[in-house]
Design a binder for this molecule. Structure first.
Ligand SMILES: [Zn+2]
Ligand SMILES: [Zn+2]
Length: 112
């Protein structure tokens, strides 16, 4: 466990309990600020905390799709949940209808 200011995407994913792919997508989408060192992305703890804070307040009314990581302002677009037993991870309208996704990113990895 390193205490440096910058974390790899793997470390961020592990810390948040999500997949590397989700974090990578957030970075590529510009949702989560990251700097590039050679081929690798690094996320600063400051930016990560800011991102989490922003998501926390957003989750009060809306939420983040567990599949694509898109932030929705209302629960309207996040009515579906992961079909794995006991999992309540939200799945957005877009992922559910257009992509046919039925499981959150964590469970998708297990099903694949
Ligand atoms: Zn989605
Ligand atoms: Zn799930």
């Amino acid at each position: 466990m390193s205490n440096s200011e910058y974390m790899s995407l793997e470390e961020v994913a592990e810390m948040l309990g999500v997949t590397y792919q989700l974090i990578y997508r957030l970075v590529r989408a510009g949702e989560l600020p990251a700097i590039r060192l050679g081929k690798l992305y690094r996320v600063s703890r400051t930016d990560l905390n800011r991102y989490l804070e922003r998501n926390k307040s957003a989750t009060a009314q809306g939420g983040v799709c567990s599949v694509c990581g898109t932030l929705y302002k209302t629960r309207e677009s996040l009515k579906q949940t992961c079909q794995a037993e006991g999992c309540e991870e939200p799945i957005c309208f877009d992922c559910w209808t257009r992509l046919g996704v039925r499981y959150c990113s964590k469970h998708q990895a297990k099903m694949a």
